[in-house]
Design a protein around this ligand. Structure first.
Ligand SMILES: [Zn+2]
Ligand SMILES: [Zn+2]
Length: 279
């Protein structure tokens, strides 16, 4: 019977009662499997395997599959959105189901298969529509970094974005270390500030960005960045860079995401003083 259940789920973590019956699992077997926690009831006629990812189960309860930022998170992509609401793709003709604790965001798609995840091109289009250009850009650079987008997928993505958003495909890079780097570069571009990414400076090593000739911008968004050994290394790097005539500005997640005016003022004032130029 366990083999029949596996067949019914067919590599997914969600199945309908009709899938189970079709695979030869009878109503009686379904009851036994459910009582023995071999399958878990999601809603009327929909079952999950124990250990199914939570967004997949919530999406199935809602009537669809993870979409938008929820699908991006499942792929380990960086997302700007901080809420834990599940974004769900629901088929054009399918019903949205009310379920306990539902705070889902519904995205309509032509067709949806329970237990699957929204494809990456559609997912990125959803992120653009749902969270705007910034959200889209950080998730896009994260997908590029993970080499998840082939040239053909990028063409399809371009065709599905509004013309006003397509410039981001040309501006995006494959080497952004974190969404914070993407966000910093994106936001400073709006002020006409051009950053050179991932610059190797002799004696210092690779820095996140150089602005002009002499200003280093570092983004501390990586785990354990404030652990003592790393903190000491950063101070050493800054000291060596200063000895070579560079100035360094460092920003972290809280500053870039939640206190952008402070970051912008620091950068603009430093530029006004000409600190970034060789003199
Ligand atoms: Zn969304
Ligand atoms: Zn819901």
């Amino acid at each position: 019977m366990h083999a029949a259940i596996r067949n019914a789920f067919n590599g997914r973590s969600i199945a309908r009662t009709s899938d189970l019956l079709g695979a030869g699992v009878g109503q009686h077997d379904i009851r036994i499997a459910s009582r023995g926690a071999a399958i878990v009831r999601v809603r009327q006629g929909v079952w999950a395997l124990p250990g199914a990812p939570s967004p997949v189960v919530v999406a199935a309860a809602h009537g669809g599959m993870p979409a938008c930022v929820s699908a991006a998170r499942m792929l380990g992509l960086w997302v700007l959105d901080e809420s834990d609401a599940v974004h769900v793709a629901v088929g054009a003709k399918d019903r949205v189901h009310v379920h306990p604790g539902c705070r889902c965001r519904t995205h309509r798609v032509a067709r949806c298969e329970l237990g699957r995840r929204t494809g990456i091109v559609t997912m990125l289009v959803q992120v653009y529509r749902c969270g705007g250009a910034e959200s889209f850009f950080v998730t896009l650079e994260s997908a590029l970094r993970q080499r998840r987008l082939t040239p053909i997928m990028l063409e399809r993505l371009s065709a599905r974005l509004p013309a006003s958003a397509r410039w981001m495909l040309g501006f995006a890079r494959e080497d952004a270390d974190s969404g914070l780097e993407s966000l910093l570069r994106f936001r400073l571009r709006e002020h006409g500030i051009d950053l050179v990414s991932q610059v190797v400076i002799g004696g210092v090593g690779r820095v996140d960005f150089v602005l002009g000739d002499r200003l280093i911008l570092e983004v501390d968004g990586k785990p354990n960045h404030d652990a003592p050994p790393k903190r000491h290394r950063d101070l050493v790097r800054d000291a060596i860079a200063a000895g070579l005539g560079y100035s360094t500005l460092r920003f972290d997640y809280a500053l870039i995401v939640h206190d952008w005016p402070t970051v912008l003022a620091a950068v603009l004032t430093t530029i006004d003083r000409g600190v970034h130029l060789n003199r």
